[in-house]
Ligand binder design. Structure first.
Ligand SMILES: Cc1cc2nc3c(=O)[nH]c(=O)nc-3n(C[C@H](O)[C@H](O)[C@H](O)COP(=O)(O)OP(=O)(O)OC[C@H]3O[C@@H](n4cnc5c(N)ncnc54)[C@H](O)[C@@H]3O)c2cc1C
Length: 438
């Protein structure tokens, strides 16, 4: 690599005013650098979230020179701000729907990779001793009514047919795992769990650096132009030349990220963490420490963190100045759904933006010669992004499109200026659906 980048030392500093509970135990930050001159590499990865860092690590390990350009600081995107549920499936799709959408062969490849993706994340954490409060306790999807219980039973059967150890718990069994008010049964996947996502992200960054990648912060890429057989990226008055560019910018739309972000629906998600619960109350709410989501259209989610804070989230119909309002609403919902006499104070409230694809599945876009875009999110980022990042690296290393588990397509179509309004309509519709169903 022809590198002109100044290295800065790794640090373990805790933010002065933490915005999330994750910043209380962020792990060691990876060694990063500032772009001080022009740079020439084999691969430029734009965006240092789970997808970008996973791809960078595999590519550097294969011997390519790799620079990761991050607009701000590592952890400022969804990967550092999410809720830390590790869930090896799709937010909105049954295995049957995936097969119907992608066809038998491509569908099976994606299902097998995603089904084992939580195991892959927890194995990585164990193999590299990444200190991120990982707990592979299993994930439960709680049915809020009888129709949802029937749907989850079929879904559990479908995952079993794919060789996954997923089971359906009847109401009695499910209630031994959760105090959730509406519980008519549950899907249980023992390979899921929870962790501190910021500490995982820092761990992935350290692995990428150890493999030889350079991580550049404060390097927002504003533009990319063809230059001979390569790409020339502009970042803060400097330029980076690369044969291949990977856009791993999720729902962001600033600068070069707009080429990918406009093909996704940006969904603002609000999160809270309460003060720690007394041990007995934590044991009543989640005796086996299973993170959970339920099946309502406006879904209810909750988990404990390592200090027994309750973590939950929600979406706003009007995502403008909504942080205080949403924190209050999420805490009230926790109290009601979990039968708590009172909800502990909200200690942290924050917001991030998830990226939703039109079919709720991950995709890789071949946007131009040597320019790929990756979408992995749809609210199931931690496990699924590991699959997407690896697939992206394999494509760059020469794998055929039909050999990677993530569908690879053309450039994709921009969704138009109204895409950011779609979540408001969807959230309003979801609340109406739940209210109508009683
Ligand atoms: C509040 C919230 C809660 C969530 N909870 C969960 C959960 O519990 N479990 C789960 O599995 N998933 C969850 N998700 C989804 C998950 O966090 C995402 O799917 C995942 O982190 C996406 O990773 P990424 O690498 O694609 O994007 P990101 O982590 O967003 O990374 C993109 C990076 O690109 C950088 N960037 C943008 N533009 C540029 C530019 N022009 N130049 C350079 N860099 C740029 C950004 O700064 C950012 O760091 C949640 C998401 C949110 C928002």
């Amino acid at each position: 690599m022809n590198a002109h980048a100044n290295a800065t030392a790794p640090s373990r500093t805790v933010e002065t005013t933490p915005r999330t509970p994750w910043q209380l135990a962020p792990g060691e930050r990876p060694r990063t650098a500032e772009l001080v001159g022009d740079l020439s590499v084999d691969v430029a990865v734009v965006g240092a979230g789970f997808v970008g860092l996973t791809a960078a690590r595999h590519l550097a390990a294969a011997g390519l020179s790799v620079a990761v350009l991050e607009a701000t600081r590592i952890g400022e995107g969804a990967s550092g701000l999410n809720a830390g549920f590790v869930v090896p499936n799709f937010a909105k799709a049954d295995p049957a729907a995936v097969l119907a959408r992608l066809g038998e062969e491509a569908g099976h490849r994606l299902l097998l990779a995603v089904g084992s993706s939580a195991d892959a994340v927890f194995d990585l954490v164990r193999d590299h001793a990444i200190d991120c409060d990982a707990e592979q306790t299993g994930w439960i999807h709680v049915a809020h009514d009888d129709a949802a219980a029937r749907m989850l039973r079929l879904r559990a059967d479908a995952w079993q047919a794919l060789g996954r150890p997923v089971t359906f718990l009847d109401e009695g069994e499910a209630r031994q795992r959760t105090a959730a008010r509406l519980c008519r049964g549950a899907l249980f996947d023992p390979s899921g769990g929870m962790l501190n996502p910021l500490a995982l992200l820092h761990g992935l960054g350290r692995l990428a650096v150890a493999a030889g990648a350079t991580l550049l912060e404060n390097a927002k890429v504003s533009d990319a132009r063809r230059d001979g057989g390569a790409w020339r990226l502009s970042a803060g008055g400097r330029s980076v030349r690369a044969r291949t560019v990977l856009l791993c910018t999720n729902a962001f739309r600033g600068g070069l990220a707009g080429r990918l972000g406009t093909r996704l629906v940006p969904l603002p998600v609000y999160q809270i963490a309460t003060a720690p619960l007394p041990a007995a109350e934590a044991a009543r709410i989640a005796p086996h420490r299973n993170p959970l989501a339920d099946t309502r259209a406006n879904l209810f989610t909750c988990r404990l963190d390592r200090d027994n804070r309750l973590i939950s989230g929600g979406m706003a119909i009007l995502p403008v100045h909504a942080e205080g309002r949403m924190a209050h609403a999420i805490a009230a919902r926790l109290q009601q759904e979990l039968g708590m006499r009172h909800c502990p104070d909200v200690q942290f409230s924050w917001r991030g933006t998830a990226a939703i694809s039109t079919d709720f599945l991950p995709h890789i876009l071949r946007m131009s010669d040597g320019l790929f875009g990756a979408m992995g999110c749809n609210g199931r980022g931690i496990a699924v992004t590991a699959v997407v990042g690896r697939a992206l690296a394999d494509l760059v290393l020469g794998a055929a499109e039909h050999a990677v588990p993530v569908p690879v397509g053309g450039a994709g179509v921009p969704l138009g200026p109204f895409a950011p309004l779609m979540p408001s309509l969807a959230v309003a519709h979801a609340r109406w659906q739940d209210a109508r169903a009683g």
